[in-house]
Write a protein that binds this ligand. Structure first.
Ligand SMILES: CC(C)(COP(=O)(O)OP(=O)(O)OC[C@H]1O[C@@H](n2cnc3c(N)ncnc32)[C@H](O)[C@@H]1OP(=O)(O)O)[C@@H](O)C(=O)NCCC(=O)NCCSC(=O)Cc1ccccc1
Length: 153
């Protein structure tokens, strides 16, 4: 990871922690930034899970909206790696698609890659993995988003 992308990750993390009530409440972290790719994570928390009476001592799975939020967020923020002026430019979600592959019963980590970054519209693909406390990592969701890009050049 180059120094400027490392710095971008630190700036995004500060923005989340200090300015963004929802993402900071979810415990969202920026894990990795490089040109055209970004990884973000949300830790497992009971407050985010589906409670299903009669499931015995099964660890409850995380509500799908949390993975969708992570997909939406990292899928949009990844375009900052393509902006000439990343702090002044922005992205807004136009359309989002999520396929849930398996229940997520551990921490979520999503990696977005840019499929196409045009002048005003971008498309990204996102993969979400979940790691349980005993260290098992599985792919739990995939997504694709399209975003209106507000470039300041
Ligand atoms: C903007 C557009 C997609 C239409 O596009 P065009 O027909 O090309 O529109 P036009 O060029 O005429 O633009 C004018 C309008 O654009 C707006 N705007 C301007 N600058 C910015 C900016 N920097 N950021 C955002 N919006 C900006 C402003 O309202 C302005 O209206 P005004 O000039 O005040 O009258 C519209 O359908 C829309 O806003 N949809 C709702 C989208 C939505 O709410 N998605 C969910 C939220 S994203 C999320 O939660 C996840 C996430 C996290 C992190 C990162 C990424 C994602």
């Amino acid at each position: 990871m180059s120094e400027s992308f490392e710095q971008m990750g630190a700036i995004l993390q500060t923005h989340i922690d200090t300015d963004h009530e929802f993402l900071s409440w979810l415990g969202t972290t920026v894990e990795h930034v490089d040109y055209g790719e970004m990884t973000m994570a949300i830790p497992y928390d009971e407050k985010l899970t589906n409670t299903r009476p009669g499931r015995g001592d099964h660890r409850p799975d995380i509500h799908g909206g949390v993975a969708a939020t992570l997909i939406d967020t990292v899928g949009g923020l990844v375009f900052h790696t393509d902006f000439d002026k990343p702090t002044e430019s922005g992205a807004a979600t136009i359309n989002l698609n999520v396929n849930y592959l398996r229940p997520a019963t551990g921490d979520l980590e999503a990696t977005a890659t840019i499929v196409r970054a045009g002048q005003s519209v971008g498309v990204s693909e996102i993969t979400v993995e979940s790691t349980t406390p005993d260290g098992e990592t599985t792919e739990v969701a995939t997504g694709q988003g399209s975003y209106r890009l507000f470039r300041v050049d």
